[in-house]
Design a binder for this molecule. Structure first.
Ligand SMILES: [Zn+2]
Length: 381
């Protein structure tokens, strides 16, 4: 009888195929709680420690700070403060057991440490994920509306290939029910003119125009690169039903000839829909990052649902950790425990051999991401 996976997978090497950097600040309780919820506010009487994620921090992260499991929130915050941000970050990032971090630096970069510091604190390789809408917004600030289309294509052609993936938040900005064809050039220049007029009035360069969002997505698809798409849960900037990845089927089919690989990120509660797309389209992959942290003790159920239908080589790991190094650590821990629980059940029920289950663990944990993102070709740390 071989050792159960719940014991074997504690050291399973992982590639975190989508995450963000961490704060370098010494956070107080309010600062910490802000990173534990997708809500702008939980209201005056609720604490984000009293959520599936918050209770998981007290249970699983407290021991990394030399506290007993289930330490009280105030005790936790005080100990974190005593150790300081650098030591806290180093402990959690190093304990995550992640060899490679694919980091989306296009959101909240001003409050987070830079890629070099993140690489040092985690002792992991750091790879860039380039966020398309942020790139479009920065291009727009420095050109005229009639120059936008060619300026964006040029910059993307220069910066895109250096990133391991491109990332889109069209789920937040419009949703997935967009016309699955590239807009005509005149539509793009008309939409760009409208965008400039509005931005010059409001001072805001947030890209929400569906024509321009389509332009950005189809221009990116022409590179034949890897395209990460945020799907499912997020903050209330999105409308959840429009972030259902099954709405993307036409787009996914349209761009298939370009050679673009589509990676659906997070996906809850549509992880079954995402797994279906991964099952029927060769160029679609899926993860349940972010969700595993936020559902806490239910992580095993969610991962099992994502693994109901998707081929095992179409599922990957990510934490979507943002701000708190705890989320990188806890994401990895939740994933290993959830995966081990699923595999122990299947092996115990005689569904597969222990060797085959071990292959699944390595495939989902790291091997598929290494292949999809070409990580073995990139430079060593
Ligand atoms: Zn993210």
């Amino acid at each position: 009888m071989s050792m159960p996976f719940t014991e074997r997978l504690g050291a399973l090497p992982l590639v975190d195929q989508h995450c963000h950097s961490v704060s370098g600040e010494d956070l107080d309780r309010a600062g910490l709680e802000r990173y534990l919820t997708e809500a702008p506010s939980l209201g005056p009487t609720l604490s984000s420690f009293d959520t599936p994620l918050g209770v998981s921090i007290r249970r699983w992260c407290a021991p990394v700070l030399d506290l007993r499991p289930h330490a009280e929130a105030d005790v936790y915050v005080a100990r974190r403060h005593q150790l300081g941000a650098d030591e806290t970050n180093r402990r959690f990032l190093a304990s995550a057991g992640v060899t490679d971090l694919c980091v989306d630096g296009g959101y909240g970069a001003e409050e987070l440490i830079g890629p070099e510091a993140l690489g040092q604190a985690s002792a992991s390789r750091v790879h860039e994920v380039l966020r398309l809408e942020s790139l479009a917004e920065s291009v727009a600030r420095s050109c005229r509306p009639d120059e936008f289309a060619s300026a964006f294509a040029t910059i993307l052609g220069q910066r895109g290939p250096a990133a391991v993936a491109l990332k889109s938040v069209v789920a937040y900005r419009h949703g997935f029910a967009f016309r699955p064809e590239p807009p005509a050039p005149e539509e793009v220049s008309d939409a760009a003119r409208r965008w400039w007029e509005e931005a010059n009035t409001s001072g805001q360069w947030r890209l929400t125009d569906p024509v321009l969002l389509r332009f950005v997505l189809f221009t990116a698809s022409q590179l034949g690169h890897r395209l990460q798409l945020h799907a499912g849960l997020g903050d209330p900037d999105l409308r959840l039903h429009r972030a259902d990845p099954s709405l993307l089927a036409d787009f996914v089919e349209t761009i298939q000839p370009t050679g673009t690989t589509v990676i659906l990120l997070h996906c809850w509660p549509y992880h079954r829909q995402a797994a279906y797309l991964a099952a029927v389209y060769p160029h679609v992959f899926v993860d349940v990052g972010l969700a595993l942290n936020h559902v806490g003790p239910s992580a095993g159920t969610v991962l099992a649902e994502a693994m109901e239908l998707a081929p095992y080589q179409k599922v990957m790991y990510s934490s979507d950790g943002f701000g708190l190094a705890e989320l990188h650590y806890l994401g990895a821990l939740r994933f290993r425990r959830a995966l081990a629980g699923v595999l122990d059940r299947w092996v115990g029920a005689g569904e597969m051999s222990s060797d085959y289950a071990a292959w699944i663990a390595h495939t989902i944990g790291a091997d598929t991401a290494r292949r999809v993102y070409g990580l073995d070709k990139s430079s060593q740390p």
